[in-house]
Design a binder for this molecule. Sequence first.
Ligand code: PHE
Length: 282
Amino acid sequence: GQALNTLKTKAEEKVETLTNNLDNSGVQKNIYGDLTRPAEPIELGARHPISIVKNQIIDVFSRIGFTISEGPEIEDDWHNFSARNFPPEHPARDMQDTFFVEKEVALRTHTSSVQVRLMEAGELPIRSIMPGRVYRNEAISARSNCFFHQVEGLYIDKGVSFSDLKQTLYNFVQEFFGANTKVRFRASYFPFTEPSAEMDIYLGTETESDYRLTKGTGWLEILGCGMVDPNVLENCKIDPKEYSGFAFGLGVDRIAMLKYGVKDLRTFFNSDKRFLDQFVNL
Ligand code: PHE
């Protein structure tokens, strides 16, 4: 109470001094208008839905001990491709159409490049997630854009196995989508993981939007994952005989669309205030 009173007195004194200064300044008073009128209401902004979802994903992994790592969006060939086991001229590079800034320098096509930087830094074990924006030269449509957001994860230690990978990702799905969410793993291919898999969650086909989103199967792919290929470990000066690890990559935009029932990806990025205002209280 006392502190507040002191504050009030000080504020009153300050207002009085300023008013006096103004009165004596010789400046015409009316250019300031009515100094006692209420201030214009300040409109509060909101976090962007992509950031909300990104932060929620980060939360789930932080709770089980993952740190956060970041890296540059303009990357060299080594960190984005070569160290990730994409040989030169290998057709696998076509998987991710790339925006080149100059020869061997491009906008990163995945945050896997941050994994390489982290492994090269050489502090083991590694248990980290890499949120960030990535770029691909793709036709823009309701379901794809020339940039999007990923959270990739990397866990490297002695004796890490595929069951650790599965358990970590089950944990994510249960925390994020609810304890009863069904998942399935499908065998897949990435140059930098072996074996590789994609994980789907089950949405069912009851509502029209679930039916469409899952193309009638009920299943929606939400991430790619796998055991880090020994070549990638070697490229980053980690001995694959001693260490093993898993990696995964989640698409944030896709998950945000799912979570908020957004039907067109482009809505996230056209800065329409009427859309963004809906997230003010989240
Ligand atoms: N980098 C892959 C992509 O962008 C995702 C991924 C990360 C897959 C890690 C497996 C392991 O599509």
